[in-house]
Design a protein around this ligand. Structure first.
Ligand code: G1P
Length: 276
């Protein structure tokens, strides 16, 4: 039902300098696999086969990663090392990867709007922020859970989790009515509110399913927090019409956009999940 997944991947990754000076932050590996590959695997498992990636200058390694590498594959043919490429080969063989560039950093809303050229306007699509590495050791992955929620509500769906009430200024924060266990009809949402002004401690995590009318709404959305066009503000327009559901997902989320979260994810995967 949701076949396309958008990956905004134009950001500079300044928190990881100098590592990200010449390398896209999305290519930083947790163990042996780059962050964006975890996201693409999640999307594929959730039923997507078109991966639309919004890149920027200096991000060519992402395109090379999702392509075959003749020389390397020829070199390791017949050796045990071939196995290390099985997972990525599986993605390359079964998904279509499309790319466009966001030329200026004008915010997540603007990056999503740039994806319109890749996604078209006729169907809902998923969005994964690869920095937010999400896993569910006990069952379906987070995007797959959200697809189930979409099937029922047929409107935009956003992933949320409870965060410490002193860290609301790092996230988009929602408030709304819990209409089913872990499912909220969103009434308000604010991008990175000051702690004293946050409407709740329910934070948006980097997984969305968006209905395509969002593109026109983004076009009419004025720059907000930090002078950037925020997807949170565009979604508020849909929410006011009762068309946004927030879903408190089952699973774990690592904030790999900062060094602490990245190290936590690395330790977790090393301990529990070595083979992925
Ligand atoms: C983005 C969104 C924010 C969301 C966050 C989740 O912010 O704008 O609403 O809570 O992702 O990671 P960023 O972290 O890219 O600044």
């Amino acid at each position: 039902m949701i076949k396309k997944c958008l990956f905004p991947a134009a950001g500079y990754g300044t928190r990881f300098l100098p590592a990200t000076k010449a390398m896209p932050k999305e290519m930083l590996p947790i163990l042996t696999k780059p962050l964006i590959q975890y996201g693409v695997e999640e999307a594929k498992e959730a039923g997507c086969n078109i991966m639309a990636i919004v890149t920027g200058r200096g991000k060519r390694a992402i395109e090379d990663h999702f392509d075959i590498s003749y020389e390397l594959e020829y070199q390791i043919k017949g050796s045990q090392k071939e196995e290390l490429l099985h997972q990525i080969r599986e993605l390359i063989d079964n998904c279509t990867f499309t790319y466009t560039r966001q030329k200026e950093m004008k915010g997540l809303g603007d990056a999503i709007l740039k994806g319109k050229a890749l996604l078209g306007e006729d169907s809902p699509f998923a969005v994964i922020l690869a920095d937010d590495l999400c896993i569910n050791p006990k069952g379906s992955n987070v995007l797959k859970q959200m697809v189930q929620v979409y099937k029922k509500y047929k409107c935009s769906i956003i992933a949320i989790m409870e965060v410490d009430k002193n860290s609301t200024d790092k996230y988009g924060i929602i408030s709304g009515k819990e209409i089913e266990k872990n499912i909220y009809k969103v009434a308000n949402m604010v991008e990175k509110p000051e702690v004293s002004k946050a409407p709740s401690n329910l934070a948006i995590i980097g997984r969305y399913i968006l209905t395509p009318d969002i593109f026109d709404i983004i076009k009419d959305t004025k720059p907000g927090k930090n002078g950037e066009v925020q997807i949170t503000d565009a979604l508020l327009t849909q929410a006011k019409e009762g068309k946004v559901i927030a879903y408190k997902f089952d699973g774990l989320r690592f904030d790999c956009g900062n060094v602490n979260g990245f190290v936590e994810a690395t330790n977790y995967f090393y301990k529990y999940n070595k083979t992925v």
